[in-house]
Design a protein around this ligand. Sequence first.
Ligand code: CTP
Length: 435
Amino acid sequence: MKKVITYGTYDLLHHGHIRLLERAKALGDYLVVGVTSDDFDRARGKINVRQSFMERVEALRATGIADEIIAEEYEGQKIDDIRDRGIDIFAIGSDWQGKFDYLRPYCEVVYLERTAGVSSTELRSARGQVTIGVVGQGSVTDKFIAECGCVDGAEAKAPTPGQPFEKFADGVDALYIYSHPRDHYRQARHALEHGKHVLLELPFTLREEETRELFRLADDSGLVLMAGCKTAYATAYRRLVLLALGGMIGEVVSVDAVCTSLRPVDYSDAASMEREWSSLADWGPIAMLPAFQILGTGYRGKRIVTRRVCGYDEFARVSLVYPSACASAMAAKGVKSEGELVVSGTKGYIYVPAPWWKTDYFEVRFENPQENRRYFFQLDGEGIRYQILAFLRAIGNPRHAADSAGVSRDVCLALSRVMQDFTEGTDTTDITPAK
Ligand code: CTP
């Protein structure tokens, strides 16, 4: 039996793919098709793929052409597959001419003419460009605008100087809101009431009921309302959460995260202080995210400690107590500390070095250091790029928007609750030094 193998991403399966597969199959008796895994595509910089691995595999399976479908997960896997499966022919489109000649010692290599006039890239852009209006100012919005340039189908638009928010919102399909948190609710609400999808940076809103209302509004209008938070979309972070939930370090007993950035603040300038986000609003949601995503939102008790300068919260620590675990989240813009994340369990711990919120690396450590493991992942655009991609996927498929969201609704609500309690002084202890 002559065995043929071919590989591809097969995003938005089109007739160019099908013709290639049919001709590859005709070269032998048995066709193996390697479909790139989501991680492998990310690792090789192909981040624009619109369909998940399972969706791509299902579409391929439905053609009935492949005798076997496998995942392509790592660089160099083709040689392993060819040797392990006794492959006779490796076939691929002519756009790869010469690129796979290195496989000739292992099997015959055939380049098949690529079908002209169709590609996944074209299909993705034909699905239409989403113009995302970017609200707010600073390095985060600058990065967001730059990252939109790396995502097929996303076009960023910034308001013209002095343009009122309402007018600006009218001219876009969706909004990324990174304004001062006190404006989030009003702006997101206006956007949703006017048919715009919203990517709302954390903290979502400063009141739990407002967040609930925004979700209600989005559902009623069939619009996407997703939390913005680049860390929540970074592969390394997502993986460590899954490892913790999967029991790799035993029962999780403590989640401790620190986020600080020391910046000179001019407390005497009222106008600039108006624009400043409090430490808890700025860093708090990221610092609390691992606790809520690993231990859940059903904590039994909480204490917020704040230290203020001229009324401005320069340091905050949130301590959460769960029935059988606890967590702490330090958020500070006037105090410096080591920005690491430690998830402690009954069998070991996960350690993420500073700055953990934009990490591509973490370690799982045990009593016996020989059991320690290190994990590395690709991180493009600090996670912002993946966040934009997730937002576009959700817009393309609003019924499954929750699958694309990096932060679940209950976590958004829990974060808003903490912000509300902080604003109202509930469960809050002030450690501001007496004058
Ligand atoms: N292919 C083809 N004719 C096309 C498009 C793709 O023969 N018009 C072949 C490729 O050469 C490859 C296989 O189909 O052997 C899978 O290609 P893939 O990269 O998944 O599809 P593209 O449409 O090229 O995707 P993209 O635009 O994202 O590069």
